[in-house]
Design a protein. Structure first.
Length: 191
């Protein structure tokens, strides 16, 4: 008989990891059902904990592991913006210096990457959940804002002062996405 373990938070993954030796010694197969996580931000750490548990056991399965991988990629890309790219835009002098230009190019590349990851996330979720998903909506909004902002400055339509005024809004959008709860599947699906 297959045992079902539902995950609704990062703490559940940590608890599963703590019990892995005990559970792994039994010959029972286990279906790990990843229902939700508290935020996009924690997805990288959650993937780093859950993947080895699933991949190292031939009797454990987690159908949502690939979706978690996509969300971990989103988390990584957005945290790169948060820690590396956006701070460069907020400290530059009132002209486009090398650091600001590089940050704008990285911002534009991140926008494209985020849209690609969003598409993968929507495909992996399936039609029913994707229609209601807050993560994909916020990622789309952030991506469009990043691309439009970078294009406006790089094309000379706006200046660095405008960019610096807009940076706090970009930081807020980044924070909003990172703090968004993630739903991987219908919690009633595996009842």
């Amino acid at each position: 008989m297959t045992k079902l373990y539902k995950i609704h938070s990062h703490a559940h993954i940590q608890a599963l990891q703590a019990r892995a030796n005990e559970l792994g010694h039994s010959n029972k197969s286990m279906l790990v059902n990843l229902v939700s996580l508290e935020s996009v931000r924690i997805a990288r750490e959650s993937y780093a904990l859950l993947r080895p548990l699933i991949k190292e056991s031939w009797i454990w399965a987690c159908p949502e592991l690939e979706i978690l991988l996509v969300v971990a990629g989103l988390s990584l890309e957005i945290q790169k913006l948060e820690h590396d790219v956006l701070p460069q835009l907020m400290v530059q002098e009132a002209k486009l210096e090398r650091g600001a230009l590089e940050a704008l190019l990285l911002m534009k590349n991140s926008a494209i990457t985020l849209l690609d990851l969003r598409k993968c996330f929507i495909l992996a979720l399936g039609v029913l959940l994707a229609d209601e998903d807050l993560v994909s909506a916020r990622v789309k909004k952030l991506s469009i804002m990043l691309k439009d902002t970078a294009d406006d400055v790089l094309n000379g339509n706006r200046d660095i002062v405008w960019l610096q005024e807009r940076a706090p809004l970009l930081v807020q959008l980044v924070t909003d996405v990172l703090e968004t709860p993630v739903r991987f599947c219908d919690p009633d699906e595996f009842l």
